[in-house]
Design a protein around this ligand. Structure first.
Ligand SMILES: N[C@@H](CCC(=O)N[C@@H](CS)C(=O)NCC(=O)O)C(=O)O
Length: 222
């Protein structure tokens, strides 16, 4: 089984299924395709029907899209409980993961990872930091994220430090956001946080699998 990813330093979409597969204890290799280079389009086209990563190659199939790969993992590794066992928590965990997958465009574009228009490379790992984006659209996105985290942690977080207590799928989808918050130095208190969201973000950034990804990314940094 092979997971094809973009640059581990900044490919936010790639990080999610990698965390999920790690959590499952899946045996897989990781192949990194350098994005935004002269050879990127050719390499992406060779591996991915959409020309985008991540894709998972398994049993002769190429599964594309980080959500599809993650759902595949939850089907193949049911014993790992990638979704919360409480059904109310599980319904909302899916909503959180899907909202994260489909929304927050302002934060994605103004708090982007990878090379910006000036050629500066913004990374999810390492010590580099950038000024906090100040648009109202970004503030709306961050307030919504803080609200999600506070609500879910308060309602369902008693059993552990993650969004629904024990680690579950939404934590994989929110880890790239935690890295954006760190890189762009968001003070979450300015967006309605009482400390719950900041504590959760710190927890995501120190989860062992993300630290392992960060080590690999720093080693291979562009
Ligand atoms: N919705 C897709 C998004 C994939 C995506 O946009 N991947 C970026 C890398 S983070 C990519 O492959 N970009 C290469 C390009 O557009 O040339 C998913 O969840 O997998």
């Amino acid at each position: 089984m092979e997971l094809i990813v973009g640059n581990m330093a900044f490919s936010t979409w790639s990080l999610r299924p990698w965390l999920v597969l790690k959590r499952c204890g899946a045996e897989f290799t990781t192949t990194e395709i350098p994005l935004y280079g002269p050879d990127s389009a050719r390499l992406l086209a060779r591996h991915s029907p959409t020309g985008k990563v991540p894709v998972l190659k398994v049993e002769g199939e190429t599964i594309w899209d980080s959500m599809a790969i993650s759902v595949w993992a939850s089907e193949m590794f049911p014993e790992v409980r990638l979704w919360p066992s409480d059904r109310h928590a599980r319904w909302l965990a899916r909503s959180v993961a899907c909202e994260m997958h489909s929304s927050f465009m302002a934060l994605r574009s103004e708090g982007g990872m990878g090379p910006d228009a000036n050629g500066v490379i913004h990374t999810m790992v390492g010590p580099d930091r950038a000024p906090t984006p100040t648009s109202e659209a970004v503030a709306t996105d961050v307030r919504r994220l803080v609200g999600i985290i506070r609500t879910m942690r308060t309602r369902f977080g008693a059993g552990g430090p993650y969004l629904f207590g024990e680690w579950s799928m939404p934590d994989a989808f929110l880890t790239p956001v935690a890295a954006r918050f760190r890189h762009y130095q968001f003070d979450l208190a300015a967006y309605g946080d009482d400390g719950i969201a900041a504590t959760y973000v710190a927890e995501l950034l120190q989860q062992p699998d993300f630290l392992e990804w960060s080590e690999l990314a720093v080693t291979k940094r562009p």
